[in-house]
Design a protein around this ligand. Structure first.
Ligand code: AMP
Length: 211
């Protein structure tokens, strides 16, 4: 059982890599942002409380995040990827006390490239597969290759929310790099490389093959 945290600026390819680890090694992908968006679109009691935070690119209060994590932890999974959690030092301390994590993968990418990627990101309204009009385009314009669904822009992929999310990343989430480094858990990868190269770096850096 190997549990990983994915840490990185928005648009650094965390979702793509989680997909590859799930496909090749059976990891369970816990994507906090996606779980929050599902609650929002289903207008659950949680969804109604978090809509404003999400659409403005603000962090959702910790108490909601902690209960979502508890509901979605899979104790029987072969390995788990926590994608988008922890995002603050308080969340990292909660993680340390409650979840056995082996490594934090830091997807290192400069801000300009991240902004370009986010602006070109599209996601299938139906199956949620994500595309990038520049680096991972769909075969036919604005239709999902997998299910034929309509490709749309996320409601927080507009300029002011992108800027706010990136600022929050720099102020609140980047300090976690030293948190994990001090604990000998940090694996830093160059997120400007191709998806295949990044996948290989993660496998090598964490020794996944040996498990
Ligand atoms: P993401 O899909 O990871 O870009 O997350 C989308 C949005 O979900 C963020 O901008 C936050 O509003 C919220 N969110 C995701 N993860 C967290 C977290 N760990 N703590 C607080 N808010 C979060």
């Amino acid at each position: 059982m190997l549990n990983l945290v994915f840490l990185g600026i928005q648009g650094s390819g965390k979702g793509t890599q989680a997909g590859l680890l799930r496909k090749n090694y059976g990891f369970r992908h816990i994507n906090i942002g996606e779980l929050l968006r599902q609650n929002m679109s289903q207008k659950t009691p949680l969804g109604l409380k978090i809509t404003d935070y999400m659409e403005n690119g603000e962090l959702v209060p910790d108490e909601y995040i902690f209960s979502l994590i508890e509901e979605n932890l899979d104790k029987n999974a072969k390995g788990m990827i926590l994608d988008g959690f922890p995002r603050t030092l308080k969340q990292a301390r909660y993680m340390e006390e409650n979840i056995p994590v082996n490594y934090a993968i830091y997807f290192d990418l400069n801000e300009e490239i991240a902004i370009k990627r986010l602006t070109a990101r599209r996601v299938c309204r139906n199956c949620k597969k994500d595309y990038n009009l520049i680096i991972k385009p769909p075969k036919s314009d604005l239709t999902c290759d997998e299910c034929g669904g309509e490709l749309i822009q996320r409601s927080d992929d507009h300029k002011s929310a992108i800027e706010r999310r990136i600022n929050i990343f720099k102020q609140r989430t980047k300090p976690l790099i030293s948190f994990f480094e001090e604990r000998g858990m940090l694996v830093k990868i160059d997120a400007s490389e191709s998806p295949e190269k990044i996948h290989n770096s993660i496998v090598r850096g964490t020794g996944i093959e040996k498990k």
